[in-house]
Design a protein around this ligand. Structure first.
Ligand code: PSU
Ligand code: MN
Length: 333
């Protein structure tokens, strides 16, 4: 009993790789996702830590549902990924999204290292970028939309707190569409680690600036820039044709009209970081703590920007998946 990663016509060598499989008894793939994967239709993976730990209830559930609608409107099939009572779900039903959203931080934040524990103990786990990449790849999904990736935390040279997201990006061939990384992190160090891991980082749009989540420009340049979804899809296609096993980051700047006031955000981040340090918050608690405090300190302004950018990323990610599916359908010359 295996699920195959076979999706669409690909080269023989790539086919052999896609057919490598994991135990299907651990997976529940929704009907719509299964049908789309079988016929080579575009599918977009979505993470679930953003639902359980990244946003408060009920905005988390509303946003998760709105994001799925946007993906459908743009011609792709959404696959929100989570582990529910010990079973990997690829594609959640509305009631499952609602349950996970109201369960909130009671769900276990699940990065790659947490997957065996969550499965073996029949727990409910909300997958991070790293955890979602692992499971998306196992199911044969190569495009994944989220808000922001984890990264090297400020002070990482001492604490060694570098998100497992960055290591996953180095070794799992899934393209992550995001709005960059929050400046709770050390963005230059984050880009250094991605470079070391061999991860292409590409800003989509008119500027090559790497976005800083709430704001469109972190002050650091992305090594690559492309104008649109088709150009991004061509990069993913090239990565796949070369059978490179690394992931990719596509950074979509938040539209200026939705961007948060950069001084307010900087102040809120400064206070949240100081509190985290005063309270000794560290490890897997650090990111959720900072996200929550920033939402509270900005009285919801940051949450508004967060919701807007996730929706914007969803539209772009779906368009990329659509273009990629077309490229893969085209017989090779
Ligand atoms: N950054 C955000 N929102 C989020 C996260 C990060 O702006 O919700 C979540 C993602 O799930 C990401 C995880 O993968 O936090 C990273 O956590 P850590 O830094 O502990 O690896
Ligand atoms: Mn960490």
């Amino acid at each position: 009993m295996h699920i195959s990663r076979l999706t669409v016509p690909v080269t023989t060598a790539a086919k052999a790789r896609l057919l490598s499989s994991v135990a299907s008894s651990k997976f529940k793939i929704s009907h719509s996702v299964k049908a789309a994967l079988k016929s080579g239709q575009p599918v977009v993976a979505l993470e679930s830590t953003i639902i359980s730990h990244g946003m408060p209830y009920p905005q988390n559930v509303e946003t998760a549902m709105a994001v799925e609608d946007i993906i459908v409107k743009n011609g792709a099939v959404p696959a929100t990924i989570a582990i529910l009572q010990g079973k990997v779900h690829i594609g959640l039903e509305k009631d499952e999204l609602e349950q996970l959203g109201s369960f909130g931080k009671n769900a276990r934040k699940t990065s790659r290292r947490d997957i065996p524990f969550v499965l073996a103990n029949s727990l409910t786990g909300a997958t991070t970028v790293a955890g979602t990449m692992v499971l998306a790849h196992a199911a044969g999904i190569s495009v994944f939309v989220t808000g922001g990736i984890g990264g090297a935390h400020r002070g990482a040279e001492k604490t060694m707190d570098i998100s497992a997201d960055l290591m996953e990006l180095g070794k799992t061939p899934v393209a992550v569409v995001c709005a960059g990384a929050k400046s709770i992190l050390d963005i230059p160090k984050t880009l250094e680690v991605l470079e070391t891991q061999g991860v292409p980082v590409t800003t989509i749009g008119e500027s090559a600036a790497f976005p800083a989540f709430y704001t469109p420009d972190s002050g650091v340049m992305s090594p690559c820039q492309v104008p649109d979804a088709l150009a991004a899809a061509k990069m993913i296609h090239a990565n796949q044709e070369m059978q490179l096993q690394n992931g990719m980051v596509f950074a979509v700047p938040i539209p200026v009209k939705h961007a948060a006031d950069s001084r307010n955000i900087a102040k809120a981040i400064g206070s949240a970081l100081k509190e985290a340090s005063d309270f000794g918050v560290h490890g897997k608690e650090a990111t959720p703590f900072l996200l929550k405090r920033i939402t509270e300190i900005t009285k919801g302004d940051s949450l508004k920007a967060n919701i807007a950018l996730v929706k914007n990323n969803a539209a772009m990610g779906a368009q990329i998946a659509v273009e990629l599916a077309k490229l893969k359908m085209t017989p090779e010359a």
